[in-house]
Design a protein around this ligand. Structure first.
Ligand SMILES: *Cc1c(COP(=O)(O)O)cnc(C)c1O
Length: 360
């Protein structure tokens, strides 16, 4: 068996030990005579899986008691609608920082439900940095303030948070979930799809401050009402059972390695391998403002589109797959989430160096 190094932005790599455990438990989960895919979500054997995953989330992220961990479906994209439906319930206004495609989509979706206000944007610079903001422009009576913490497509991330006072800060953390410690108490709501750093696609995780729940608009579909989901322990209907099981295994893996401090150390080290090489390369360009470089998605390119294509093809042939950049920006992107081993990144940097020598 030969496994590739998969640099996809998502779905992405899962830890090999987790895949091995899932494989070993596939036909007969802990003597139950069935796979996790087949069992009732309301069975005695499944309960410890979903509650275990929720508890591990709390423990690993150090989530305060006044927050709910909610498992939903529909990906982060569905939450772009669920968030205004649940939280745009006072002034009907919400502030947005536009730092990429996903935050722009969240903003556009919220416009259907109220007054979404773009208080800062880096669109004119093709989102190659996090926009500067002016706190005096924030809407004092906004129902919430929305950001996308890590911009998967462009390879940028927030390194400081906007000061929003008593306006709850809501963050899409799809592509940086569990990559480093995060002070949950600074946020009203955190949310993200699982398929980047947590589990296979299908599961979406919402972490919400309890006092913000329970005021969803009347028209909110029941399935999008976070209070309903929280009150039913995320089992109002059938949850994405298998993805939740994989999530639990991944959380156990993170815990066994030492938690989020260790994840951060590993991720910083991996990102540095690539950025250090890019900074000295005469062939490759890293388009992101160094201050805002993502630790999870490293974007780069050469000055020549044909050469970019050649790089992506030769890299794939050498076992480094999915390095093509997002179609909206071109070039290349190496997504190096938690499960990407350091060897994968070191070998990629070596491959890039060899490619540079041959293509100067
Ligand atoms: C991938 C991604 C999304 C979209 O997620 P889906 O689960 O596919 O809806 C949204 N936001 C960010 C930051 C992402 O990386």
């Amino acid at each position: 068996m030969s496994r590739v190094y998969n640099f996809s932005a998502g779905p992405s790599m899962l830890p090999e030990s987790v895949l091995n455990q899932a494989a070993a438990e596939m036909l007969d989960y802990q003597g139950s005579g069935q796979s996790v895919m087949e069992m009732s979500h309301r069975s005695k054997v499944y309960e410890p899986i979903i509650y275990g995953a929720m508890d591990l989330f709390r423990e690993i992220m150090n989530i305060p008691d006044n927050y709910k961990v909610i498992f939903v479906q529909g990906g982060a994209s569905t939450q772009f609608a669920a968030i205004p439906l649940n939280f745009m319930n006072g002034s009907g206004k919400a502030d947005f920082i536009l730092s990429g495609q996903f935050s722009s989509r969240a903003y556009k979706e919220a416009q259907k439900y109220g007054e979404a206000i773009a208080v800062a944007s880096s669109k004119d610079d093709v989102f190659c940095h996090i926009p500067d903001w002016d706190e005096s422009k924030f809407t004092p009576d906004a129902d919430y303030f929305h950001i996308c913490m890590n911009n998967t497509i462009y390879g940028t991330r927030f390194t400081k948070l906007p000061e929003t006072g008593k306006v709850p800060l809501i963050a899409d953390v799809s592509s940086c979930f569990l990559s480093e410690p995060l002070d949950v108490s600074k946020f009203g709501v955190l949310y993200g799809g699982a398929q980047k750093n947590i589990a296979p696609a299908g599961l979406t995780v919402v972490i919400a401050r309890e006092d913000l729940l329970g005021n969803a608009r009347d028209i909110t579909p029941t399935m999008l009402d976070y209070k309903v989901m929280a009150d039913n322990d995320s089992m109002y209907n059938t949850p994405p059972c298998y993805s939740i099981y994989m999530c639990k295994l991944v959380l156990e893996w993170i815990k066994s390695l030492g938690g989020l401090e260790v994840m951060k150390e590993r991720n910083e080290k991996k990102a540095a391998v690539l950025y250090d090489y890019l900074d000295k390369s005469e062939l490759f360009i890293a388009p992101v403002l160094p201050r805002d470089r993502s630790m999870m998605n490293v974007t780069f390119k050469t000055a020549d589109d044909e050469l970019n294509k050649k790089f992506v093809a030769e890299a794939a042939a050498a076992g480094f797959v999915n390095l093509k950049g997002h179609r909206s920006v071109g070039g290349m992107r190496a997504s190096i989430y938690n499960a990407m081993p350091i060897e994968g990144v070191e070998k990629l940097a070596q491959f890039m160096e060899d490619f540079e020598k041959k293509n100067k």
